[in-house]
Design a protein around this ligand. Structure first.
Ligand code: C5P
Length: 221
């Protein structure tokens, strides 16, 4: 077998949604299936990387050769990511909830005839921003952007705001969320590369190959 291009590298990936608990039976979530992040875990492992996959609640099998850490909330995911560093590459694919209920109610909130309760929210930690700014910053930090309009412009701004090296932007106005196909634009300091629409597994392999090529180029400098 030939030398695999990501062997000796640690790739840290987040995937799936997060669940933000309101009370013991209720939570806030989103439509992320985790498919694209799991596919990237599978692809980078296939290229020889040691892969840590921090997964929100999803109904997916762990890809071969991948170490999976299951979490529920954004705060749990943030802790698990910190604990998994250092890594050579971080690929933050999770659709992390922007907000969580300000207060967790330890008992189920009762309906009992009164007015609907107001749900107060507070901001979750931005895991991608923290990884990109942190002391153990991976050599290559990659974020995702799910947008329904101005996809590339938003991704360029997001790349700067979050401090990531790449933003992989996808247009989720169609049925990308939960679906098996994806069309992405890779936004980096070098510009924008748009890939054809293809299965999420093929998007993942294209990204894994670009990751390997980038690490190799940087190692040669
Ligand atoms: O700002 P937005 O949620 O669109 O940014 C998406 C990117 O940021 C994704 O890479 C996502 O995984 C990451 N993110 C994060 N923590 C958050 C929110 C987003 O890591 N709290």
């Amino acid at each position: 077998a030939s030398h695999r291009p990501l062997s000796g590298r640690h790739v840290l990936i987040t995937a799936g949604p997060t669940w933000e608990a309101i009370d013991p039976v209720r939570y806030i979530a989103n439509r992320s299936s985790g498919k694209q992040g799991f596919a990237i875990a599978a692809a980078t492992a296939a290229l020889g990387a040691k892969v840590t996959l921090v997964a929100g609640p999803v109904a997916l099998k762990t890809p071969a050769g991948v170490t999976r850490i299951d979490v529920e909330s954004a705060e749990d995911m943030s802790q698990a990511v910190k604990a998994a560093l250092p890594a050579d590459v971080a690929v933050m694919v999770a659709a992390v909830a922007d907000w969580r209920p300000k207060e967790y109610r330890g008992e189920k909130i009762k309906k009992r005839g009164s007015a609907p309760p107001a749900l107060m929210l507070s901001e979750n930690p931005d895991i991608l921003t923290n990884v990109a700014a942190g002391g153990k910053r991976p050599e290559l930090v990659i974020g995702f952007a799910a947008e329904t309009e101005n996809v590339i412009d938003n991704a360029k701004q997001k790349r700067k705001r979050k401090g990531s090296d790449w933003i992989v932007a996808n247009d989720v106005s169609g049925d990308v969320m939960g679906g098996d196909m994806n069309r992405v634009h890779i936004v980096s300091a070098d510009g924008v590369e748009t890939l054809d629409e293809m299965p999420k597994s093929a998007v993942a392999m294209a990204l894994a190959e670009r990751i390997a090529a980038t690490l190799k180029a940087e190692a040669a400098e």
